[in-house]
Design a protein around this ligand. Structure first.
Ligand code: NAI
Length: 342
């Protein structure tokens, strides 16, 4: 089988450093992937584009179906709309999946955390639809549609069934946002009752849910959340298993999938060779498994397994970047992984 063509978006801040390290590891693992590099974010502007999300980047993802993406910086309180929000909306990548698991060799307060966060990726307050109402007042609009709420509920229960997971918990605030979160809940409930009664279903008001999460995260199997809650709870959960350096992610639509870590462009450490490439590496492993599933190519699965063996062994041997209490830089950690691949 020929190499699979996949789009590579290095992104901003630590993005180019971690993507370079990850590409090197994939090559060493003989992953059958050839990269089509495209730009997004501030990097696109620096490369001469007038747009932070150039059409040629969107066209490439549409054409090749999969992308590995580094983080893109979004200015705070001013400036352009988030590239990430635009990308997810333009390609209708409606389901974000973030597996949060303990790793051997990374000691944290909890053991046996194994939760998968599923975040609705296209609606809610996170859409960033805002208006100036009067000179004194501004407004953000939270939008929920029955179509998107049902779609993510279906996707989540299908995913749970295929993966053999036992329970879905929805975090919500439908006691206050009765219409929007109410609709999200009704759709999830309906899909559960009508089509997936064998999967356990639970609803929790998000504030109490967060308290329970930090007391005992092992009680949660799959978490289903609307967009903003999914954003916040993803970072909270990352903190339970070692931080943003170890939580991967994927954004799925019906036609395309974009794989990216949960973390951002980390401007505080960018350009210093200190960033942990593991979260993006684990996202690349998700990409390889996705290619193995959808294109029936076992060479992708084998490469994914080699890489997992490499990073698990590196962590057990205490080969870690600084965010995990180690001493290694980005490239040295990549070397440690490569040296331990089966
Ligand atoms: P951040 O995730 O970039 O950083 C938060 C903290 O975690 C920082 O102390 C950083 O050094 C650390 N960190 C993050 N990733 C790390 C890694 N791989 N290795 C070691 N340490 C790591 O979040 P922040 O600072 O809130 O956002 C920075 C920028 O990133 C913003 O412009 C934001 O909009 C953007 N962002 C982009 C995302 C994306 O492209 N998907 C996701 C989240 C934020």
């Amino acid at each position: 089988m020929n190499d699979h063509l996949a789009v590579l978006i290095p992104g901003d801040g630590i993005g180019p450093e971690v993507t370079a390290a990850v590409c090197r590891i994939l090559e060493a693992a003989k992953a059958p992937v050839a990269w089509i590099e495209r730009q997004a974010g501030l990097a696109a502007l620096h490369a001469g584009s007038r747009d932070v999300l150039p059409e040629e980047t969107l066209d490439a993802i549409t054409r090749y179906g999969v992308a590995l993406k580094g983080p893109c910086t979004t200015p705070v309180g001013e400036g352009f709309t988030s590239v990430n929000v635009q990308l997810r909306k333009r390609l209708d990548l409606y389901a974000a999946v973030r597996p949060v698991r303990n790793l051997d060799g990374v000691s944290t307060r909890f053991q046996d955390v194994d939760t998968i966060i599923i975040r609705e990726n296209t609606e809610g307050l996170y859409s960033g639809i805002e208006n100036q109402i009067t000179k004194d007042a501004v407004m953000s609009m939270k939008v929920a549609t029955e179509t998107a709420c049902r779609r993510i509920a279906h996707w989540s229960f299908r995913f749970a069934t295929r993966r053999g997971r036992r329970k879905i918990t929805v975090f919500h605030k439908a006691n206050i946002m009765k219409m929007t979160d109410g609709l999200f809940l009704r759709c999830a409930r309906h899909v559960h009752q009508q089509e997936y009664p064998n999967i356990e279903y639970q609803e929790m008001i998000i504030d109490a849910g967060c308290m329970k999460m930090v007391q005992d995260p092992t009680q949660f199997d799959i978490l289903l959340l609307e967009n903003l809650y999914g954003d916040v709870v993803s970072d909270l959960c990352a903190g339970l298993v070692g931080g943003l350096g170890v939580v991967p992610g994927a954004n799925f639509g019906d036609e395309q999938a974009v794989f990216e870590a949960v973390h951002g462009s980390a401007p505080d450490i960018a350009g210093q060779g200190l960033a942990n490439p593991l979260a993006l590496l684990m996202s690349a492993v998700m990409m390889l498994n996705h290619l193995a599933d959808t294109r029936h190519d076992e060479a992708c699965r084998k490469a994914a397994e080699r890489i997992k063996t490499g990073y698990n062994q590196a962590l057990k041997d205490d080969q870690k970047t600084r965010d995990l209490g180690g001493q290694l830089g980005t490239e040295a950690f990549a070397d440690a992984v490569i040296g331990r691949m089966a």
